[in-house]
Write a protein that binds this ligand. Sequence first.
Ligand code: SF4
Length: 693
Amino acid sequence: DSKDFDSEVESICPFCGVGCQISLKVKDNKVKYVEGINGPANEGRLCVKGRFGFDYIHHDHRLTKPLIRRDDAPAKGLNVDPGNWQEFFREATWDEALDMAADGMKGRGREVAGFGSAKCTNEEAYLFQKMIRQGFGHNNVDHCTRLCHASSVFALIENIGSGGVSASFNEIENADVAIVIGANPAENHPVAATYFKQFAKRGGKLIVMDPRGQALKRHSSHMLQFRPGADVSMLNAIMHVIVEEGLYDQQYIDAYTENWEAEKAHLTDFTPEKMSEICGIAPEMLRDVARTFAGAKSAMIFWGMGVSQHIHGTDNSRCLISLALMTGQVGRPGTGLHPLRGQNNVQGASDAGLMPMFLPDYQSVMDDGVRSAFSDVWGSGDFSNEKGLTVTEILDAVHAGDIKSMYILGENPAMSDPDVEHARDALAKLDHLVVQDIFLTETANFADVILPASAFAEKSGTVTNTNRQVQMGRPAVPPPGDAREDWWIEVELAKRLGLGWTYESPAEVFAEMKLNMGSLNNISWDRLERENVVTYPSLSPTDPGQSIVFGSGFPRVDGRAKFTPANVIAPNESPDAEYPMILTTGRQLEHWHTGSMTRRASVLDAMEPEANCSLHPSTLRKLGVEPGGILRLTTRRGTVDVMARSDRAVAPDMVFLPFAYVEAAANILTNPAVDPYGKIPEFKFAAVRVEKA
Ligand code: SF4
């Protein structure tokens, strides 16, 4: 009933990077339902998560009081049942909890590290990285971008000078060819997928490249189900054909790029015939895709974590960038490079400097001028010019005894990190762990102090979606009990660390961010309050922002983008007699990342209540297991038992395992080997043994 609410508040969906604008309908201080509104990324559309995934915010597992671990609590890391947390923790006042949180970090310099979160607003992410840098003098601060698109960002900055997308995904409306590789938008960016389907329906050629079949296959002109981990061989073969047949855009290459001759020479050896043996795609198909893409008037490339989460993730992105550059498919309507961002604010949290090598706006921590500009604004001394440690390196440093105290805001490394037992052992080794979250997560099981935070519908703040659209999130209901807005908690903690912070609102934080972030020029808090969204870069106070960038060169030396040749590198571990199959992990439509929110959303949990894995029906038959039966998956890291599903989209030598389920945690199995540049783990490929449980 459209009248059955007291108030309605416009905000942003908290899940994926599409950043759908929503209207929250509130009655009796509870969100009753959600509708899509006319944001630039969604035009009123929502997926099942956005529409039905909100009631976790009123779940009775919500943390409502600060908690402190009891002196006589059982060992850290034991699963704390939300019903009997009193055995492990006691309630505390905010003063007591904040004092204790600060005391465990104060004066400890490099013994402290922080994980912020892409679930945070831009202001919260900015404050978090500032606290670590200003408070402890180093850059050991990171967040889950390290686990999703760090390799893409490395390649983008290296070759086109900017980590953001070159065009919004909605630009596909103006394209005639699009590649979607290593992404499954129908499950992971469902509203973006509706635009992709419309594009195909009106005659656009959709080239889908994915080792696993997927819903977009039905709409594709070409479906390339290549061998897992063989991206570079396939992409180099396609580019080889473009060179061999002279299909490249010499004028564009001459005007806007460098290192073309090296790339061209490098591609000579990658014939479709040779590469077909590695990637499993027929040479004729590789040639056809090359001609189709190079023959397009306007073409876009979209990619996801199937590209980035490999030890050669950076090389995969380098290939995609080279493909777009050699065909001149950047900077015009209907063209562009678009890594589809995972979380609703992973773009914004990265922009805000929540990374060990970059200050806000990807300004290097190694640049003395940059650091002093920030120190001037912050009113404090210098901090280290060394790149800090990344997510997995921080946990290694805990094992090595170098890091002893951590502040974790909104991340759940006890579920999300590769080889998660290694991560859990690290968390157990810390002598001080502060966790700020809305639920008692698997990571909070290890905490000494737990600070009860706010869900998206309980606070103000800006978030930035995959399209570079900075959008305004607004509070619709108050936080439960004594839970507080995250920015407030950060400020109170910083005061106790002696940092002298005096912010009284997120608007004040946003104003400070603008001082050293050129990307926010012409974007003000007041403007976002009025307009809901502005895309960066915005060229004037009335410009809604540039959906397409790099039409007249790139933010690199001489305005030229660069070709960086990539070689074929095998995955870190290969299937063998003991572990003969390939494990790949990812998300499924109904659940979000480590499941802490969506498994507490009643509709989503009812739709997908049980941990599951998917295998080809012929593989299940060989294993003697019916769909619904239990399989045991074992890798060199560990074992999980999980319910089997039959899925023809999965290749016969593969198993797909979603990572949202703690009872069959996919990351018990995953390989922690990382890409040397982006330092992203190889979540998409591990050798696995599969047997009947
Ligand atoms: Fe939310 Fe993404 Fe679904 Fe939009 S597509 S409603 S942002 S989960």
